[in-house]
Write a protein that binds this ligand. Structure first.
Ligand SMILES: [Zn+2]
Ligand SMILES: [Zn+2]
Length: 258
């Protein structure tokens, strides 16, 4: 399985995952414009024509705003929960959408995408597990608090993109109004750096080969802080030896393979 993070953050999220064997691709979230998706795929010699399905985690603009343009141009089926669709209803989005349950599998050729419920301030938000053969990749952002689905899946995953949204001190002392600080910090908000590390420390192990930290806040976090925290964790937890990437808010990643 190969993974390309096209972008990760509140300014737009999209992750391309493909089967290394058949080239079948899926897009997890579609929060970039069609043009940006095309441009960033092309850097790695990929084209939207290899995307056989788009999977949307929830209706927030940073996860869905590019979908109408992509659907229109390429007629790719878009999978999302019914409530996600209803919250983001648009006339020009009506073609090609398919409802997906909160816990359902969709298989396209040799790629299977499974949804699982998560806690976030959206209608029926989900996270995804993508499997190709024996390998699996978890895509988990916009997470107020973890649940048993996630903690039972982390030990089984070969790859994981986990939210590491904010540093609690930076959020507390930062520029956001109080109500926004409370929302981010709530059980329906985002995952902090220490909570992301705690999840990894408690549930991740030798099986994990690729760890991507994503959806970093622009104002309440820095890539350096996240990287330093993970370095410290890896020193302490010697069974955990994944390749580590802190995903960019502004550019496409390399092609990563698990
Ligand atoms: Zn988001
Ligand atoms: Zn969100």
């Amino acid at each position: 399985m190969r993974i390309i993070v096209l972008n990760s953050g509140s300014n737009g999220n999209a992750v391309y995952v493909e089967s290394a064997e058949t080239g079948t691709g899926v897009l997890l979230d579609c929060g970039l414009s069609r043009r940006q998706i095309e441009t960033r795929l092309k850097i790695h010699g990929r084209f939207p024509s290899s995307i056989r399905g788009i999977f949307i985690t929830h209706e927030h603009g940073d996860h869905i705003r590019g979908l109408p343009g992509m659907s229109k141009a390429y007629k790719i089926p878009a999978h999302m929960t019914e409530q996600t669709f209803r919250q983001y209803w648009r006339k020009d989005m009506l073609k090609g959408y398919r409802f997906m349950g909160m816990q359902e599998s969709v298989t396209i050729h040799d790629v299977t995408v499974q949804s699982f419920p998560k806690s976030h301030d959206a209608a029926d938000p989900v996270f995804f597990r993508v499997s190709v053969g024996e390998k699996s990749f978890l895509y988990v952002t916009d997470l107020g608090v973890h649940n048993e689905h996630l903690t039972s899946l982390i030990p089984t995953a070969d790859g994981l993109l986990l939210e590491s949204n904010y540093d609690p001190d930076m959020l507390r002392n930062g520029p956001y109004p109080e109500h926004l600080k409370e929302r981010i910090d709530s059980e329906f908000g985002h995952l902090s750096n220490p909570l992301a590390r705690h999840l990894l420390e408690t549930h991740a192990g030798a099986k994990l080969k690729l760890l991507i930290l994503g959806h970093l806040s622009e104002h309440n976090n820095t890539p350096e802080l996240v990287a330093a925290g993970i370095d410290a964790l890896l020193k302490k937890k010697t069974d955990l030896r994944p390749a580590v990437l802190v995903a960019s808010r502004h550019g496409v990643s390399d092609v990563m393979q698990i």
